[in-house]
Structure formats: structure tokens, C-alpha cells
Design a protein around this ligand. Structure first.
Ligand code: F6P
Length: 402
């Protein structure tokens, strides 16, 4: 056993929505920390758990995470099963408002009761913003780990859960291909990504989509976009592909610039109507768009719940170990990141100003930039990715943003 100089008692919580890989990080943290002789405390339901503690509704000692409890005799020992399970054994919560000073005080009191030396949190950009304020008020020694299938936390190339979600969407596109092909239909697939198109873009390419619409390149559905899609369908049919898969990120807005819960359904209807309209113009190439059959599928939370991919498990192990190493070195207020194929960290006082500025302007902190190599890859593969992007298409380039 590697014993640290200082006795350590650390906490861990998962904040915001769940995603694949959270439990794998929890496992890695427990393993790496207990090897150092530290105690690990799991705070249930994000910062809500600290309120529960402060209100006397649970006992801090009961929150200790030990290396036992999940044995499958002869097969899995202790916490090992955690690396395979999605969700969070600590529970996840994306509600609550610690900007209310009374609530913030309860959280700070609960944290004090636990008497922790450091806290590891797993969260997306929203959670980072919230916990950073609390950490400053409470002088917490804090390490943050980025997680979200949206992959929109800045300074990290990858967030936990993203790789698995790309796999899930890719599989769904494969599964939809055959029914689309059998009926010569246009199937629109609505993919998550509140304000960012990383998931739709990468899964769309991997899954063989013909059209990919993301909010960064197609902020809203207008006639230009619908015409572009219909023209693309014409080209596909001329090359003997009678069906099409259209991936739309949920962040794409309707023609009035308003978010829709089911933008995929709306898009499917609008493609059908635009096809009929174009047909009425009498131009022969559009005549077979008169009765386009479209269908929509919203993938929803299935994108958050598949077992973590091998890459997410590896990254979870690396992230958990890095967080513990940073605490051992007493290097706090760090965001663990994935950079150039390996784990690293970035001071949160560099990360937070960017996140806050973007939030203030209601912008995504890490959107798909037009020069993103996957944008160029999609274009060069002949995928229709929206009018503005198509017009600014640059020269050939491979996608290399692993
Ligand atoms: O931010 C992650 C995310 O999965 C988004 O892609 C999606 O819009 C949102 O969470 C859904 O959140 P909820 O769990 O509240 O439905």
C-alpha cells in the first residue's frame, strides 16, 4: 500500500445529468485512493446530498464508499462491476439552485460537516459553473472531471460519456438503415446535444448519414436548408440511393428560431412538404419528390444509458487516477482533461472565465467550430451539412480530432 504523508479523506459527487462512465470513474477513484490509505465518501444526488446531510437526514459516516458490496463469487470482486454500469450509483440531479444564498449556505454547512480534505466532482459546463462558486465560498480543495455526452466542456478534447453516446447513435443509424432502404424513406433521427453538435456530427459520419444538421452550422430550419436537403435527396436518388438518413441535433431551432422538443418530427414533415412544393415548380428533377415518405425517430435518453465503451472506461480510469494524483500533490482547483491522446489537467481559473463569458452570452462553451476537421470530413464525404457550411467548404482534410 502506498501511504500518503497527510491523512486524506476525500469526497466524490456526480452533478447534472448522468452519462456512461460515471461509475467507472467512481471505481477508479476508490481504488486509487484506498491504495493510498485514504477514505472516500460518496455524496448522493450531487450537492443535494450535502443539504440532506446539513438537515440531519443522513449520517456522514454512512456515505463512505468501501471496496466491497458487489461481489459475484468467482467472477467480479467488490467494486469492479462499476466499470460496466451506466448511470451513477451516487444518483444524479440536474435541478436545484445554489445561487440562492440560503441553499448555498446549507450546501457549505453540509460540506463542512463531512470534514473532507478534497472533493472530486463529475459534471458538465453548468455544474462546473455552480460548483466553482460554492468551492470559492467554502474554500474547497476541488478537482473537476468533465462528463457529458454533448462533449461541450472547453479545454478537453473529450468528455466522459461522449464516446459511448457516439457508439449508441451509430448503432441506431445502422439499425434504421434497413427499414429506410426497404421503404425508400427519408428517416430523420433526432440526436441529443443541448447546444452543441459534436454528437450528431461524429455519430452521423460514423453511422453513414446523408444529411447532418447541427446548431452551429444550421441554427434554424429555413427554406434554404430545406431546399438543400431536397436537392441532396434528388442527387442521392440519381446515384441510385433511394432512401436517406437525416441526423438532426436537438439544438437546431425551428424556422422562427425557437427550440422544439421534437425538432426531428418537424423536420420530417417539412422535408415532405418542401419536396411536394418543389415538385409543383414543374422542374423535372423534382417531380419524384411529390410523395416523399418521411419518418422521424427521437433517440432520447437511450443515448445516455448504454454500458460505457472501452474508450470511456479507459478514460474513466485515467481521469479517476489523475484526480487522485492531483490531490496527492495538493494541486487543487484543476479540471482533468483529455488532450492529445492522454490525460492532463488545466487550472480552473483558466477554464471558468471562458465558460462564464459564453454562458453570459447564452452561447455554448465549446461548440463545433466551422474549421473542426469532422466538418470538413463530412463535406468531403458528400454529406449535406447545411447551407452556410456547404458554401464555405474548404479543401480536403481528414478528421483527426480524436
Ligand atoms: O447535457 C446532456 C443532455 O443529455 C443533453 O444532451 C440533453 O438535452 C439533456 O441532457 C437532457 O436532460 P434531461 O436529463 O434533463 O432530460
Amino acid at each position: 500500500m502506498v501511504t500518503s504523508v497527510l491523512p486524506q479523506k476525500i469526497g466524490i459527487l456526480t452533478s447534472g445529468g448522468d452519462c456512461p462512465g460515471l461509475n467507472a470513474v467512481i471505481r477508479a477513484v476508490i481504488k486509487c485512493a484506498t491504495r493510498r490509505g485514504w477514505e472516500v465518501y460518496g455524496i448522493p444526488y450531487g450537492t443535494q446530498g450535502l443539504i440532506t446531510l446539513e438537515q440531519g437526514n443522513c449520517n456522514g459516516q454512512d456515505l463512505q464508499l468501501l471496496e466491497h458490496g458487489f461481489d459475484l463469487p468467482g467472477l467480479l470482486h467488490g467494486i469492479d462491476i462499476l466499470q460496466f454500469l451506466s448511470g451513477s450509483i451516487l444518483g444524479a440531479l440536474n435541478k436545484g439552485d445554489p445561487s440562492n444564498p440560503l441553499i448555498a449556505q446549507e450546501i457549505l454547512n453540509g460540506y463542512q460537516q463531512l470534514n473532507l480534505d478534497a472533493l472530486i466532482t463529475l459534471g458538465g459546463d453548468g455544474s462546473l459553473d455552480i460548483i466553482d462558486r460554492l468551492a470559492q465560498q467554502g474554500h474547497w480543495n476541488w478537482i473537476a472531471i468533465p462528463k457529458t455526452i454533448d462533449n461541450d466542456v472547453p479545454y478537453t478534447e473529450r468528455c466522459l460519456g461522449f464516446d459511448t453516446a457516439v457508439d449508441t447513435v451509430t448503432r441506431a443509424l445502422y439499425d434504421l438503415t434497413f427499414t429506410a432502404a426497404s421503404h425508400s424513406r427519408i428517416i430523420v433521427v433526432q440526436v441529443m446535444g443541448r447546444d452543441a453538435g459534436h454528437l450528431a456530427l461524429q455519430a452521423g459520419i460514423a453511422g453513414g448519414a446523408d444529411v447532418i444538421l447541427i446548431p452551429e452550422l444550421t441554427p434554424s430550419l429555413n427554406d434554404g436548408v430545406l431546399n438543400g436537403i431536397c436537392q441532396h435527396i434528388v442527387q442521392l436518388r440519381q446515384s441510385d440511393r433511394q432512401f436517406a438518413l437525416v441526423v438532426v441535433a436537438e439544438g437546431v431551432r425551428n424556422q422562427n428560431g425557437v427550440k422544439e422538443k421534437y425538432i426531428g418530427d418537424l423536420l420530417a414533415e417539412q422535408i415532405q412538404m418542401q419536396g411536394a412544393r418543389l415538385c409543383q415548380t414543374g422542374q423535372p428533377e423534382f417531380c419524384h419528390l411529390e410523395r416523399l415518405e418521411t419518418r422521424a425517430t427521437t433517440l432520447g435518453h437511450i443515448q445516455r444509458s448504454s454500458p460505457p465503451s472501452s474508450f470511456d472506461r479507459l478514460m474513466a480510469a485515467a481521469f479517476g487516477k489523475k484526480a487522485v494524483d492531483l490531490i496527492a500533490a495538493q494541486t487543487y482547483q484543476q479540471l482533468v482533461i483529455w488532450s492529445q491522446g492522454q490525460v492532463d489537467s488545466k487550472p480552473l481559473d483558466t477554464v471558468m472565465p471562458l465558460i462564464r463569458n459564453r454562458h453570459q452570452d447564452h452561447l455554448c462553451p465549446n461548440p463545433v467550430e466551422p474549421e473542426n476537421p469532422w466538418v470538413q470530413t463530412a463535406q468531403d464525404l458528400g454529406i449535406y451539412i447545411g447551407k452556410s457550411a456547404q458554401a464555405t467548404s474548404s479543401s480536403a482534410s481528414g478528421g483527426d480530432c480524436q
